[in-house]
Design a protein around this ligand. Sequence first.
Ligand SMILES: Cc1cc2nc3c(=O)[nH]c(=O)nc-3n(C[C@H](O)[C@H](O)[C@H](O)COP(=O)(O)O)c2cc1C
Length: 370
Amino acid sequence: MYRLIRPLLFSLDPERAHDFTLAALRHGYRLPGAARLLRGVYAHRVPPLPVRILGMELDNPVGLAAGLDKNAACTGPLADLGFGFIELGTVTPRAQAGNPKKRMFRIPEHEAIINRMGFNSGGLEPFLRNLRKAHRSCPLGVNIGKNRDTPAQRATDDYVLSLRAVYPFADYVTVNISSPNTPGLRALQDQDSLAALLPVLKSEQESLARTHGRYVPLAVKIAPDLSDTQIGTIARQLLEHRIDAVIATNTTLARPQLGNAASAGEAGGLSGRPLRPLSTHVIGELYRSTGGRIPIIGVGGISDAGDAWEKILAGADLLQIYTALIYRGPAVLRDIVSGLRARLAAAGAASFAEARAARSGRTPVGETSR
Ligand SMILES: Cc1cc2nc3c(=O)[nH]c(=O)nc-3n(C[C@H](O)[C@H](O)[C@H](O)COP(=O)(O)O)c2cc1C
């Protein structure tokens, strides 16, 4: 189906194509039979690969990465594409427009995108209105960020405010400190900033868990543009503050492999195929530094089952995609999940942790199971 629609979408400006697709999904979904059609064409063709992790039961380990459904307006149709889980947001506490357009660029010959959206967000109010009535046919993560005009020294306040607001409706919450398009945001990954931010968020999470009688895991999303020393320091801090999961990675400021492709010089974060090795490297370093004690959600340039398996072997327990969905359409999910099943079977492993252990000749670590 997507193969027929793609030429039309690619004839539009990328952000218009994005807005058009979400609006079509949202409105079309109200038509009688639309949900059944979507599920029949996509979700039902994704084979089961159940994973139990972070208190969630997933039909498969491949989720939608943050940034596509920033306002939680499209959970029903997105779940019916067959995702194992969906990450909504980034939502900022107050509404903000983001950077001036044009701010999203395709690089088709590399199946890549450069974006400098800058957290365009309707703010918490409409986000929560949507989230309250959201379809919940798969677990929903919520990715939270700070407003551009919130001073760096008040960043924690923005995260705490959003954590409190989304907590009752989320299956996990992601603290986004790695978008390259909000000035100063990535500095929150520095040792001193994390030492200030993480304990406050952890204690807020514990207090919310008592209030709501439900523990919602906290994940931190990091950038691919970090040295191994920085990754090691972050890993130690995540362990020290008992953060539940880490998402690696966001988009990169580097421009690997792009040569002189049109739009390669645009400012912003690069996603898609050229990001893959950078993000896999970060996953590997995180896995080594944490000894597999924190679940890793691997994201960055996954286009097929081979890319997905590479990230699993590097240490990922769950995966997310965004850019491959734009270039290959929702059927990419079926290809990835069936390829992962085949690779697990070929490895004679019952879980990703077992497959990793079989490779390294060690006892499995991590809690992924199927
Ligand atoms: C247009 C666009 C917008 C994005 N917006 C966000 C965002 O709001 N928050 C976030 O954490 N990541 C955002 N991302 C990053 C993705 O979640 C993901 O980490 C990154 O694109 C790498 O995955 P991919 O190569 O499969 O696209 C965005 C990516 C794109 C392409």
